[in-house]
Design a protein around this ligand. Structure first.
Ligand SMILES: Cc1ncc(COP(=O)(O)O)c(C=O)c1O
Length: 371
């Protein structure tokens, strides 16, 4: 039984977006697909499997060990990098499942060494370098030297990679290049100690805009899902949004002028109004703060959303849609006829970014995969 409100994930769009990125990269540059946070709301296991089978991806990144373990349990065999901090309690699961952790302190390296020795395995890690984001990572040379001493003393911990993360790559080339300079200095210090890890820095924005910063691998996140990190540039980027959000009209009525709609009766009809009810609300992740600000596509026409968005339902004004009927398709994100609504559109109205819109849809919105 498929719920009428569902997200359509058009899998081939991933391949188009990856190929578009790869046209900017050297053939030997590795490609990491960021599939944390349930693949930005698209469904981590199905997306992981599809991308692994595509042969276009060399590595995955997730945020936390649980996401990596979930992928392994699903049968994903590609290397998986955990971008966040691994709790000491989770190290056995990380090493046991052959996940790659980020590390940046000597203590973390020693914790991995202990677990690797106890389990007879090698622990694989990438060193995180903080070059300006100031979230996690090695902050200075003294901290780096202490970390490298720990690596020297921990032969069961393999430094497979080193990386940093850009704070403003969608909007500030000068700061991005300053971060790259700091990164290069850290990397030179690591190489001088005899280590030869793979080097990576570029997120989607840097992958698309700064080919000179591709290093050995890029980490492609939001653009994989069809959105440019700078909303103003999604249009014209050539990227294809992967997810649509669809529902169907569940009820229809005409109200006279002067009648209100939904909680608080904040919308009051100024003329006789044909009102359609849709079975979708903030319980599905369609944010309540969008009340009165968005449109929905019905019959190829942009229909204004009216009245407070409820937990499970919301109303739209379909007065302009000829022959509108219960059961008609309503597109919340996606295309219908010549019209389209994107996650960037909703993000602008909710004062957020496409990332948050895409991954806000709850578990009760089934993801339907199109091959
Ligand atoms: C460390 C790291 N690398 C790469 C990415 C991907 O960034 P984007 O989605 O902007 O491509 C993220 C996303 O938050 C990240 O935290």
């Amino acid at each position: 039984m498929l719920r009428s409100t569902h997200a359509v994930v058009h899998l081939p769009a991933f391949l188009k977006n990856i190929r578009l990125a790869k046209r900017r990269l050297k053939p030997e540059t590795k490609f990491l697909a960021v599939i944390k946070a349930n693949a930005y709301g698209h469904g981590i296991t199905v997306v992981g499997e599809y991308l692994e089978q595509s042969g276009l991806v060399d590595m995955f990144a997730v945020a936390i060990p649980e996401e990596g373990v979930r992928l392994r349990n699903y049968g994903i065999t590609l290397p998986i990098l955990i971008l966040g901090v691994t709790d000491p309690d989770h190290i056995p699961a990380v090493v046991g499942n052959e996940l790659t952790s980020s590390v940046f302190t000597a203590k973390q390296v020693r914790n991995f060494e202990r677990c690797a020795v106890a389990s007879g395995k090698t622990a694989h890690v990438h060193v995180k370098l903080d070059t300006g984001m100031h979230r996690i990572g090695v902050t200075d040379d003294a901290m780096l030297d202490e970390l490298l001493d720990a690596f020297d003393a921990c032969p069961h911990v393999s430094m497979d990679g080193v990386f940093t993360h850009f704070a403003k790559s969608e909007s500030d080339p000068a700061f991005t290049h300053l971060q790259a300079q700091r990164f290069d200095a850290f990397v030179a210090r690591i190489r001088a100690r005899g280590y030869r890890p793979i080097v990576h820095a570029a997120n989607s924005a840097a992958t698309l805009d700064f080919p000179e910063l591709q290093y050995d691998m890029v980490r492609f996140g939001i653009a994989l899902y069809g959105y440019h990190p700078d909303a103003k540039r999604t249009e014209g980027s050539g990227l294809t949004p992967v997810m649509s959000l669809i529902t169907y009209i569940s009820n229809l009525k005409t109200i006279p002028a002067g009648e209100g709609v939904s909680y608080g009766l904040k919308f009051v009809a100024s003329r006789p109004t044909r009102v359609a009810t849709l079975p979708v609300g903030y319980g599905d992740g369609y944010k309540r703060c969008l009340t009165g600000k968005t449109d929905v596509l019905i019959g190829g026409i942009r229909c204004p959303q009216i009245g407070t968005i409820c937990m499970d339902q919301m109303m739209v004004d379909v007065s302009e849609v000829p022959g509108v009927a219960i059961g008609d398709e309503a597109v919340l994100i996606g295309r219908q006829g010549d019209e389209k609504i994107t996650a960037d559109d909703l993000a602008e109205k909710a004062d957020t970014i496409s990332y948050e819109i895409l991954l806000s849809f709850s578990d009760r919105v089934p993801r339907v995969y199109e091959k």
